[in-house]
Write a protein of this length. Sequence first.
Length: 351
Amino acid sequence: MPPAIYLDCNASAPLHPHARAAMLEVLDLPANPHSVHRAGQRGFEAVERARGQLAEALGVRPERIVYTSGATEANALAMALHSHAFGGKGWAVSAVEHPSVRAWGSRTLPVDGAGVVCDFPEGAEGLSVMLANNETGIIQPVGEVVRVARRLGVRVHIDATQGPARMPLPAALWEADTVALTAHKFGGPQGVGALVVGPGVEVGTLLRGGPQERGRRAGTLNVAGIVGMGAAASRWSDWSGCAALTARLERGVRALGGSIVGESTPRLSNTVCVRFGEHDAGDLVIALDMQGVQVSAGSACASGSPQRSHVLAAMGIEGSALRISVGWATTGSEVDRALVALATVLGQPSR
Ligand code: PMP
């Protein structure tokens, strides 16, 4: 069987070779970056160099970055302090957020049929809206979200996990109080991410202990992971071919009778979310896997559970959808072969 075609980069993108090489260089360092000896200093320099790389790619000052174990922890770090569960009035979160944000919400901001957040009720202590959706790729108007939050005088948190490498990051993002990221969506390793904290913004101490990350996140830093994240961030330009690949995919899936979710809404360059009438997306995922094509139905976090996608439900869409997400490593020939496999599993002649 030929090598599998991996089109599930919104679940995890393949590790970029530049990130891998950088990680191998520090993997055998015995050092805790907080040790005072020279080995410790080398570890410290490596994580600070990576902080600089990530900051440069994002266009923020390095001291705004707090390393975490990923976006789940970054979201929790941003939201716990003002969570309903901790005695605050709570967060209003969009209906299409990832579960790691929804978990902290005490009220829901609806989205319209195009998947865009459309109503901001008063009375919450913070607004949390994602930059772009992991299932549909639909981009939210974060500039407007920030403006509304400022008018209401409340906190604003943006889960920007799916944005980097897949879209130009809007300047308004950095006016939010906090922004969450995770490395494995953009060519870095799993288990490492960051919270970008605005100047003067106070976050809680979710993990108490040592003084790491200026007291905002205790625990020995994941040196190799952080180095991989920084190196991957310096190679986001390698994703520039995604838009052409998804345009090709969209032409192909339309020709097979698919309808694209969020068709007329701005979306990520790498994501195609498509419905095929009565075909169940979960069944299609399995049939495609047998053909050597790896995609998903909704998000990886929800797969394996029979529940409907909360994202499609919030948009008023019945049924299920296939998520195809390309990345830095995807080729045009892989897209073409995936479309042939799709035609086969749909029982149609390939074009
Ligand atoms: N937010 C969004 C939008 C995501 O897609 C994901 C990953 N599926 C997360 C948060 C959580 O990231 P991690 O699993 O790396 O903590």
